[in-house]
Design a protein around this ligand. Structure first.
Ligand code: PEP
Ligand code: MG
Length: 898
């Protein structure tokens, strides 16, 4: 018999933490906490399987569910000594969503369910607080009206504001019982007017309405968008948790709060959180009232000593701290805990693994390993490689002059500048048009998610460290300042004022999510300094990874950055990129456009010393690390002049008539430059080009040997090879130049010649190509382009539609297509290695810096990955995780993946 409902509470539970797929994260953790004997209000979880049934059967429920819910509810009644719908001791429940993967704020919740015109009187009598009872009832009507009945929430909010004005009140809490009773009447009239039927009084009808609304919220657009952005499968479904209500708004000895067992921003081992006295849970995260700090240390740091829970409710604080420590020891990870204090009694409503910044993730992983809570291997697996990007964010240049116009909370680190926008849609549009934007909102809501994603930074006028803006920005790794006091935002006029300044849409501001400062204009930033935990964890990662990590770099600056980030060599130096600067591109164009060998040689003679000097510099920076230099591979359209002025300049420099040049340009024009005269084809048609480059490389080796005594071993790489004969031919020429330079200089040196595998044919003919190659480097940008027949320059325009339609799970230019392109990589690697066992294998397409693709490289047994300098730390960690997961697959249960 299928079981649709799992109960928890009263010191036990039918579910457990392992059942998150079935019970959702919230349900599984509530069950686990109940079993641990923590003070969890009793309740039950309707499984994600019911959600699947709901969508498969025209939004209906499986047979037997109703009975199971009724029995589970009776169990809650027994544990609480209250009854659903009872006029004297009414049981009230919350109904919340809870998916297997946390989707904060995305789906719906209804609180205080079970209230009606009769039970509200019972609640008033039982609590001895009429004001509280009617406040709860009006909140319930408002939430139910919005979530279940689909009534615009502004209607309720406006009515509340009007009533406050009428009564001369500033805060909701200033309204007395009579005013709230009146508000309930107004709210009920709104419902009746909007729906043509009175507000439902039957608690059972209310309950099923709320359950249906939670299941339905799985498919609302913002939840669908969130899942798409976070790669969460849609068939996972949500569970529904029905739980006895406890009240943090029953008076001054009540409170509600959110806490982290460690600092989620820095990772420091300190309790961290916020609470509100006499409030209900949603008030803290909604950012409507500014919450108070949990600990006195936080209160002092915020300049409000004496306002913490630690001081105001010392016994509760002590109890809470005990719960935190138990939860951390039990889950062996930092927890994000929601709690409520009802008449001095503490209840824990939720625990989950806390979201954190990359900096905090590193610190927590390293600290927990040092504390013996987890092993080092687990510490390595705990940090998301992609999140390291956040650590590499710039911070404000300490020497830059700037004026702070507003101060808020440092909600998510990093400094960033951009144009102000006030609307998520505008943010998305302007970002797509290439603008750097900062989304400024009074407070954000889940409806802003696409704008937050598009923006470079987020600034809000209201809300605390656990507000929606703060949590989401930290998850996205975007700088965020929230709750900026003194920021007056007017959406209507598209402007904000702060510190006597007016900032309009389109104006540039800078925000610093590490200090909470907001500044006018663009303030210069400096590169980040890496924390000691970063170095420690990277050291552990380096100890377990098998893949080497190189970088794609052609400039001295990039090479230096990469070495600083731990690159172990250069895997791809794109020599054509060394000619992008203005003074050089002229010589390069002259060379390409020369219509005879003599003209080409003249231009090449000018290029040679520049190239040699470049290589001397690169070898110097890379010291004894390997350097792979790819000979020229310019798709011609990227280099040819288009503008009249450019053509004239080349003509002047080459001493030819511009008309001749234009003719030559017409000759060179290609319909498909990506499939045209590029890569080794260029070297075969014009041998003098590769000869010059080979000479520059080997002469640089000689010079470095002479001046430093070091002996670099250059790896000369031939691009876009399709046949073994191409490689054989080019290689002979390179070898000949090397011999010549050796003889001329009298200096002995070694070198390797290898090839890129960028064409399907090359992959298939790996065995014969390997006979002429010391190494293969998979150029998966071109290999993806050529395998799918998708132009890398144009596919961006429609790939999104393919991803949305589910044809591609991910953009194949970002994450390697294992099945097709990956199959070719596997074939080339196997065939190449069989023909030549010492063949070195690497990857240098963009995929070399993508964690999922790196895992594939580990499985195929490549020797190294090569990626852009900023991705080197990501690749080091991803390579370590891939190695650990592979080992774990061979010997199960030694490493528990997270
Ligand atoms: C590739 O094709 O993957 C590659 C690294 O070369 P490029 O991007 O320069 O074509
Ligand atoms: Mg390529």
């Amino acid at each position: 018999m299928a079981k649709w409902v799992y109960r928890f509470g009263g010191g036990g539970a039918e579910g457990s933490a392992e059942m998150r797929r079935l019970l959702g994260g919230k349900g599984a953790n509530l069950a686990e906490m109940a079993s641990l004997g923590l003070p969890v209000p009793p309740g039950f979880t309707i499984t994600t399987e019911v959600c699947a049934w709901f969508y498969a059967h025209d939004r209906s429920y499986p047979p037997g569910l109703e009975d199971e819910v009724r029995e589970a509810l009776a169990g809650v009644e027994e544990l609480t000594g209250m009854r659903f719908g009872d006029p004297e001791r009414p049981l009230l429940v919350s109904v919340r969503s809870g998916a297997p993967v946390s989707m904060p704020g995305m789906m719906d919740t209804v609180l205080n369910l079970g209230l009606n015109d009769v039970t509200v009187e019972g609640l008033a009598r039982a609590s001895g607080d009429r004001r509280f009872a009617f406040d709860s009832y009006r909140r319930f009507i408002q939430m139910y009206g919005d979530v279940v009945l689909g009534i615009d929430h502004y209607l309720f909010e406006d009515a509340l504001e009007d009533l406050k004005k009428e009564h001369g009140c500033r805060f909701d809490t200033d309204l007395d019982a009579a005013a709230l009773e009146e508000l309930v009447r107004i709210y009920k009239r709104i419902v009746e007017k909007e729906k043509g039927a009175p507000f439902p009084q039957d608690p059972e009808e209310q309950l099923w309405g709320a359950i249906g609304a939670v299941f339905a919220s799985w498919m609302v657009p913002r939840a669908v968008t969130y899942r798409r952005l976070h790669d969460i499968p849609s068939d996972m479904g949500t569970a529904v948790n029905v739980q006895a209500m406890v009240f943090g708004n029953m008076g001054e000895d009540c409170a509600t709060g959110v806490a982290f067992t460690r600092n989620p921003s820095t990772g420091e081992k300190q309790y961290y959180g916020e609470f509100l006295i006499n409030a209900q849970g949603e008030d803290v995260v909604a950012g409507i009232r500014t919450p108070q700090p949990l600990t006195e240390a936080m209160a002092r740091a915020n300049g409000v000593p004496g306002t913490s829970l630690e001081v105001l409710m010392p016994e509760t604080f002590a109890e809470l701290v005990e719960v935190f420590d138990r939860l951390e020891r039990h889950y062996r990870d930092m927890q994000d805990v929601e709690f409520t204090v009802q008449k001095k009694k503490l209840y824990i409503l939720q625990t989950r693994t806390g979201k954190r910044t990359a900096q905090a993730a590193l610190r927590i992983a390293v600290d927990m390993a040092d504390e013996g809570l987890i092993g080092r291997e687990e510490a390595i697996l705990r940090v998301d490689p992609a999140s390291l990007d956040q650590l590499l964010h710039p911070s404000l240049d300490p020497n830059a002059r700037h004026e702070v116009i507003a101060r808020g909370l440092p909600a998510s680190p990093g400094a960033v500048s951009g144009r102000v926008v006030f609307d998520a849609d505008v943010a998305e549009r302007r970002a797509q048009a290439g603008d750097a934007v900062i989304l400024v909102r009074i407070e954000t809501s889940p409806d802003d998610i696409h704008g937050m994603h598009a923006a470079r930074g987020i600034l809000t006028a209201r809300g605390g460290m656990t507000s929606h803006a703060a949590v989401v920005a930290r998850g996205m790794g975007k700088p965020c300042v929230c709750g900026a006091s003194g920021l007056e935002v007017s959406y209507g006029e598209r402007m904000f004022t702060a510190g006597g300044h007016t900032v309009r849409e389109g104006d540039v501001i800078t925000i610093d999510g590490s200090t909470g400062h907001v500044m006018l204009g663009e303030v210069p930033t400096v590169e980040p300094r890496l924390s000691p935990e970063f170095t420690t964890l990277m050291g552990w990662a380096d100890g377990v990874r098998r893949l080497r990590v190189r970088t794609n770099a052609e400039t001295a600056a990039d090479a230096r950055t990469a070495v600083r980030f731990g690159a172990e060599g250069i895997g791809l130096c794109r020599t054509e990129h060394m000619f992008f600067q203005e003074d050089r591109i002229l010589a390069m164009r002259e060379m390409i456009l020369a219509d005879d060998t003599e003209g080409r040689r003249r231009a090449l003679a000018r290029i040679l010393p520049m190239q040699r000097q470049d290589f001397v510099e690169l070898f110097g920076i890379m010291e004894d690390r390997p350097v792979t230099i790819r000979l020229l591979d310019p798709p011609l359209h990227e280099f040819l002049p288009f503008e009249e002025e450019e053509i004239e300049a080349v003509a002047r420099s080459a001493g030819v008539d511009p008309r001749v040049l234009r003719r030559r340009l017409a000759d060179l024009e290609e319909a498909n430059p990506m499939l045209g005269l590029r890569g080794c084809r260029l070297g075969i048609v014009y041998p003098e080009i590769y000869e010059m480059q080979a000479r520059a490389i080997f002469e640089a080796v000689v010079e470095v040997q002479r001046t430093t005594g070091r002996a670099p071993v250059p790896e000369v790489m031939i691009p876009l090879v399709a046949t073994a004969r191409e490689l054989e031919l080019v290689r002979e020429r390179v070898d000949r130049v090397a011999q010549a330079v050796r003889e001329e200089s009298g200096v002995d040196f070694t070198w390797l010649v290898g090839t890129m595998i960028e064409l399907p044919r090359a992959a298939l003919r790996g065995a014969e190509i390997a006979r002429h190659a010391a190494f293969f480097s998979f150029g998966t940008n071109d290999l993806t382009q050529m395998t799918f027949g998708l132009s890398r320059d144009d596919a961006g325009k429609f790939l999104d539609a393919y991803v949305r339609a589910g044809i591609f799970e991910r953009d194949p230019f970002q994450t390697l297509d294992r099945d097709g392109v990956g199959e070719l990589v596997r074939i080339a690697a196997e065939r190449g290695r069989r023909a030549r066992p010492d063949l070195k294998l690497g990857i240098c397409g963009e995929h070399g810096g993508d964690p999922a693709s790196i895992a594939f490289c580990e499985e195929v047994g490549l020797d190294y990955v090569s990626c852009s300098p900023w991705r080197v730390p990501i690749a080091r960690l991803a390579a370590a995780q891939a190695a650990l997961r592979r080992q774990a697959a061979c010997r199960p249960a030694t490493v528990s993946a997270v």
